[in-house]
Design a protein around this ligand. Structure first.
Ligand code: BTN
Length: 330
C-alpha cells in the first residue's frame, strides 16, 4: 500500500490530499492511512499533515523501492519488475531462486543491505544499509554456455560506463571484473549461471558498487584497497539516480552484444582495462605466477606470458599490477 499512497500524493504535488479522499480511493480505513503515513515518515519521507487539508509529500528519501525507481527509469525492459528488500542474505541468491521459479529476463533484485553479501572466490561483500548499491539482474541470453563469460565482460563495461557518466572519473576494469577508481576497488561483479550442456537457462548478474561509504566505514582489512564514489567525488551520490543510470547502461550493452556479437564487447572491455603489456602477478587456485598480460580471450580468460616465455591461460584468480598502465602500454 506504500506505493499506492505515494502514487496518490505524487499525483497532486502542489496540493494537500485529505485522509478521507485517500481512504476512499484505496478502500481502507482512515486509521490505516494514518498508520501508513507514520510508516512512510519512519522510512524518511517528509510528509506535511494538516488536520484541515490532509497530507502533502514534501521530499522523498533516497530509497531503491519500485515507487522511487519506476518514475525515473529510462529503460525499455531491464528493471520493469523490481524486487526490493530492506535486508536480504544476498541479492544473487534471491534472484537465483526467482529465476528458478520462472522470473523473466530483466527482473531486478535490489537490497538496501545484505547480511551475507557474496564476493568472488568465496569472499564476503561488505553490504551495510542505505549507503551503496547491491543488485542482481536476471538475464536469459540465447547463447551457448561457453559464451557466458562475455556477459560478465559486458556487465563490467556497463558498470564502468555508469560510474564514468555519473562521476566524470575514468574507471579501470581490473581482470577479471573489478572496477577501480584511482587504483582502489569501487565495485565488483559476481555472475552466476544456470545451464545445460548446450543451453543457458539464466545468468544472474550480481553487481555491488560502493557509493556513499566514507573511508572509516570500510572494515580495516580492506580500507587501503577500497573506495567509494563519494570518497572520489567528494559528493553524496543519489543511489536511485545511479541505479537508473546503471540499468540503462546494462540494457544498452546487452542489446549491443545480442545484436552485434562478441567483438565489440571484447574491444570495449580492452579499452577500459588497459591490460595489454602490463607486468602482473597472478594468484590462481593457490598458485602464483608472474608475467606479462597479453590479453583476455573470448571466454574471459587471462592470457599470460610467463617469465620463461610460455603462454598460459588463467581462468580464475586475482591479479596484482607490477607496472603502471602508462609505462606498460606498447
Ligand atoms: C567481487 O568479489 O568483486 C564481487 C562482488 C559482488 C557483490 C554483489 S552485491 C550484489 C550481489 N549479491 C551478492 O551477494 N553479491 C553481488
Amino acid at each position: 500500500m506504500d506505493d499506492e499512497i505515494l502514487k496518490l500524493l505524487r499525483e497532486s504535488p502542489a496540493a494537500f490530499l485529505s485522509g478521507e479522499e485517500i481512504s476512499r480511493r484505496l478502500e481502507v480505513s482512515r486509521t490505516a492511512v494514518w498508520k501508513r503515513m507514520k510508516r512512510l515518515r519512519n522510512l524518511g519521507y517528509e510528509i506535511e499533515a494538516s488536520t484541515r487539508s490532509g497530507y502533502h509529500l514534501i521530499r522523498s528519501p533516497d530509497l531503491l523501492t519500485p515507487s522511487e525507481i519506476k518514475p525515473i527509469l529510462k529503460t525499455r525492459w531491464i528493471g520493469k519488475t523490481i524486487h526490493h528488500f530492506y535486508a536480504l542474505d544476498s541479492t544473487n541468491s534471491k534472484a537465483y531462486q526467482l529465476a528458478l521459479h520462472g522470473a523473466e529476463e530483466g527482473e531486478v533484485v535490489v537490497a538496501e543491505s545484505q547480511e551475507k553479501g557474496r564476493g568472488r572466490l568465496g569472499r564476503r561483500w561488505f553490504s551495510p544499509p542505505f549507503l551503496n548499491l547491491y543488485l542482481s539482474v536476471i538475464l536469459r541470453p540465447k547463447i551457448p554456455p561457453h559464451q557466458a563469460s562475455l556477459i560478465t565482460l559486458m556487465a563490467a563495461v556497463a558498470t564502468a560506463d555508469a560510474i564514468q557518466k555519473f562521476s566524470g572519473l575514468p574507471p579501470l576494469i581490473k581482470w577479471p571484473n573489478d572496477i577501480l577508481l584511482r587504483d582502489r576497488k569501487v565495485g565488483g561483479l559476481l555472475n552466476e549461471i544456470h545451464s545445460e550442456m548446450d543451453r543457458i537457462h539464466f545468468v544472474i548478474l550480481g553487481i555491488g558498487i560502493n557509493l556513499n561509504m566514507d573511508e572509516k566505514m570500510f572494515p580495516k582489512e580492506i580500507r587501503a584497497v577500497a573506495t567509494s564514489l563519494k570518497i572520489e567525488t567528494e559528493q553524496t551520490i543519489s543511489r536511485k539516480m545511479f541505479l537508473q543510470s546503471l540499468l540503462q547502461e546494462l540494457e544498452k550493452w546487452y542489446t549491443i552484444f545480442m545484436k552485434q556479437g562478441s567483438a565489440i564487447i571484447l574491444k570495449a572491455w580492452r579499452d577500459r582495462a588497459h591490460l595489454k603489456g602490463r607486468r602482473v602477478k597472478v594468484t590462481s587456485f593457490g598458485e602464483t605466477l608472474a608475467g606479462i598480460a597479453v590479453d583476455v580471450d573470448s571466454d574471459g580468460a587471462l592470457i599470460l606470458e610467463t617469465e620463461n616465455g610460455k603462454r598460459k591461460r588463467v581462468v580464475a584468480g586475482d591479479i596484482e599490477y607490477k607496472s603502471s598502465k602508462f609505462k606498460a602500454q606498447r
